[in-house]
Design a protein. Structure first.
Lengths: 563, 213
């Protein structure tokens, strides 16, 4: 067995897949480690073509699923019959909660790139500048201009559909043609354009091919089945499995090793560098050590931070790169599940074709200068949502049973429109995860404990998120407008971020401006852990851009013999 | 144009052709056989349930109803697979209350004597005649269900009967829409649309039918 490589990548999700592709394409012999099982595109998408009637009780979360996935089931929207195999068994992979936290994970090749929401938005200048301007946490060591070419590069490669509007709070990108709005979404769009000068409605930006093809393993245009989270046989949305891992494979430089649970990055005290990684084979329980010149840690925010915390040495008694004591702290997510919905009379003779795997987007309109600045909270939120035709049976009491009910079921119901805000959570030092060495998993590794909650800034923002949603729907003529809101649980956004943040100062941050550990120059962390602040948009596109940028830097440094 | 024709056929034509009574009863016997045994409900309950679901979604010349589609089988499994233990026990209790209510209103003494007319008069009473009582029945039900684990005595029979009918109605609608025959042959079924149009004429999209879930 070969044990020495040029580079090692830990993890195969959006970040790991990108690291693998970029490193391999630059000629480095790269070992890619994944803690979960092999999952190949497209043959392992076992439920991709199944309908409700192919499951005994429809495509739902059953009592049987809840037995092994009690925590994954909490959101109510991830692990149904058709997707349960893409989420972890909570009994096999336990974690602890000082405060409630829903940690939703998929341990297999491709990770959560198979089940992600696919919304692909750029962070903005407001996001990169905010911390410094407002004195929050630490300053990002980069600005929008540093990221823009890498966003371009990633968008062009993966394929992102959407609409360019040329706004600083919603930067333009390299986009494929947008998907279409439904009739009532157009009504809201026009009403917002008339009533407001600070906000507008557009179609969501999603990592779906809407024209032509993209590189990878047979990636073609979206078929509008909206069965994305089971794995797409058309490769129409971006996943590591269909896009970056095949590209890495094609170079002949990649060795992919599933069932490889990294528990430590080895540190060479003499060379002051990492020498490689130690793994447990998750199936045989055998341990191995692999050596490499550079290591990319892309195991997801919590996974990567856990590995660093476990990587103890004389030099780093509290975990690799943890001189600042910030490792595990500043945990963020996006808070959501609050907004409004309403009904729309009219368009009874209108409908739509295709199951659009996307919704509308209303970009951030708070705290972007001038009149938009708020006293009650910092930062802001965007709205996602959509307008569609529902079901008459819930809407008209007279259709309670019999022939009339049956006829009504077979016809499309009235139009409804829903808006749900997605807001920023500030990076608070005391929102954190840490390791519990008293409670170990079946591999003898410490388990993760979460201790994080929303604070006043987020709670104030939530009030505005609901209020504005109601106001906008009413302004557009929607009827029976109601505020909607469920209790948001930390983690529900499935956007864990910030636990090994980037910064300018080694005393207050873990990573520098190239995602390089300040004190261990050949280790790079390019997943959500790196985020200095969270912004209010879905973050995966940023992880991909950060990864490509960091690999570019790492390989140049390697060639200069600086690593 | 070809594609539009195809979609229209999927929505309407195929359904009309396939679902002659002879063919649909064939479907029924093929998919379910005769040996199906309920898991949650008793055999007596299934007979009543089957009649009740047929009243909620009756058969007609074009589209089969609850009995032909054997929706009780789905409902039985759904209760087992999806409802938590407390919900299941509440449903059992509510079923008993509904039977009690039926018997007292029809002057029968045995569940086997309950006729379709009796069931229909209950549906009419609860869903059409007494719409104004729905709120108070719901609140009586929630009061009872809150303390259900500690005290199951003196159930509010009428409120539980209403809750039972609501649950069965909801499950009948779900199982109807999620049945293979309705989902593939009656509703507009197109598993690979291949295109997306945001705002289009209803007739052009599906010929008037709802999209299959």
């Amino acid at each position: 067995m070969k044990t020495e490589y040029d580079a090692i990548v830990i993890g195969t999700g959006v970040s790991g897949g990108w690291a693998a592709k970029e490193l391999c394409e630059k000629g480095l012999k790269t070992l890619v480690l994944e803690r979960g099982r092999m999952l190949s595109h497209p043959q392992d998408y076992t439920t991709a073509n199944m309908d409700h009637w192919d499951f005994p009780s429809g495509d739902k979360i059953t009592n049987e699923i809840k037995k092994n996935q009690p925590k994954q089931s909490r959101t109510g929207y991830v692990n149904t019959e058709s997707t349960k195999h893409l989420f972890v068994d909570d009994l096999k992979h336990p974690y602890n909660e000082d405060k409630p936290f829903n940690w939703i994970r998929g341990y297999h090749v491709g990770g959560r790139s198979l089940t992600w929401g696919r919304q692909s938005h750029r962070l903005t200048k407001f996001d990169f500048e905010g911390n410094a301007k407002e004195g929050i946490a630490v300053d990002w060591p980069i600005r929008y201009e540093d990221m823009a070419p890498w966003y371009d590069y990633v968008e062009e490669y993966i394929g992102v559909s959407g609409e360019n509007l040329g706004l600083p709070q919603f930067p333009s990108g390299k986009l494929l043609k947008p998907m279409e709005l439904t009739c009532v979404e157009n009504v809201l769009k026009e009403a917002l354009a008339k009533k407001y000068d600070d906000r507008l409605l557009t179609i969501g930006r999603v990592a779906h091919i809407t024209e032509g093809t993209k590189p990878g393993k047979g990636r073609v245009s979206c078929q509008y089945r909206n069965r994305c989270r089971r794995g797409c046989p058309y490769g129409a949305y971006f996943s590591s499995n269909s896009s970056t891992l095949p590209a890495a494979e094609d170079t002949g430089n990649m060795t992919l090793r599933p069932n490889s649970l990294v528990y430590e990055i080895s540190y060479d005290e003499d060379k002051k560098k990492a020498s490689g990684v130690k793994i447990i084979d998750a199936e045989t329980m055998m341990t191995y050590e692999f050596k490499a010149k550079i290591i990319f840690v892309c195991a997801s925010a919590i996974g990567s931070t856990s590995i660093l915390l476990q990587s103890k040495s004389n030099r780093f008694p509290d975990g690799m790169g943890n001189d600042s004591g910030e490792l595990g702290h500043n945990l963020m997510d996006h808070h959501f599940q609050i907004g409004a919905s309403g009904k729309y009379d009219g368009f009874q003779d209108k409908y739509y074709i295709g199951k659009r795997p996307n919704g509308i987007y209303i970009p951030k309109f708070r705290n972007i200068g001038g009149n938009t600045n708020r006293k009650d909270f910092l930062r802001g939120y965007g709205y996602q949502g959509g307008g569609s035709r529902g079901d008459w049976t819930k809407q008209i009491a007279e259709l309670s049973y019999g022939k009339d009910l049956k006829e009504a079921i077979l016809k499309p119901g009235g139009w409804t429109m829903g808006l749900s805000g997605f807001g920023e959570i500030l990076p608070y030092h005391d929102n954190r995860m840490y390791l519990n060495y008293n409670k170990k998993d079946r591999w003898g590794l410490p388990t993760v404990t979460f201790d994080a909650s929303l604070k006043e800034n987020e709670l104030n923002m939530r009030k505005d998120m609901q209020q504005q949603a109601i106001e906008m729907l009413e302004a557009a003529g929607f009827k029976e407008v109601k505020g909607t809101g469920k209790k948001y649980n930390f983690g529900n956004g499935i956007h864990e971020m910030g636990t090994a943040r980037m910064g300018r100062d080694p005393k207050t941050s873990v990573l520098n401006k190239y995602n390089q550990i300040h004190s261990v120059k050949n280790v790079f962390v390019t997943d959500g852990a790196a985020m200095t602040s969270g912004g209010n948009v879905n973050p995966s596109l940023t992880y991909m851009a950060l990864t490509a940028r960091a690999v570019d830097y790492a390989v140049k440094e390697l060639n200069k013999r600086n690593l | 144009m070809k594609r539009r024709e195809l979609i229209k056929n999927l929505g309407l034509g195929v359904g009309a052709i396939t679902l002659t009574p002879a063919v649909s009863s064939l479907l029924h016997s093929c998919s379910d056989g005769t040996t199906w045994k309920p898991v949650f409900f008793s055999n007596d309950q299934i007979i009543l349930l089957s009649n009740l679901t047929e009243l909620i979604i009756p058969s007609d010349d074009e589209v089969p109803g609850a009995k032909e589609l054997n929706l009780t089988k789905f409902i039985d499994l759904y209760v087992i697979n999806m409802m938590e233990a407390k919900q299941q026990n509440l449903l059992k209790k509510a079923f008993d209350c509904f039977v009690e209510n039926c018997l007292s209103e029809s002057n029968n003494s045995n569940v086997n004597q309950i006729t379709n007319e009796d069931l229909e008069s209950r549906l009419k009473y609860f869903f059409k005649d007494k719409v104004s009582s729905h709120k108070s029945w719901n609140s009586d039900f929630y009061k009872y269900s809150r303390n259900f684990e500690s005290n199951q005595n003196n159930p509010p029979v009428v409120a539980l009967s209403y809750n039972f009918l609501n649950t069965i109605r909801r499950l009948t609608i779900t199982s109807f829409k999620w049945s293979e025959t309705i989902g593939e042959k009656v509703l507009a079924y197109n598993p690979i649309p291949g295109r997306q149009v945001g705002c289009v004429d209803l007739n052009e999209a599906t010929g008037g039918r709802a999209w299959s879930p």
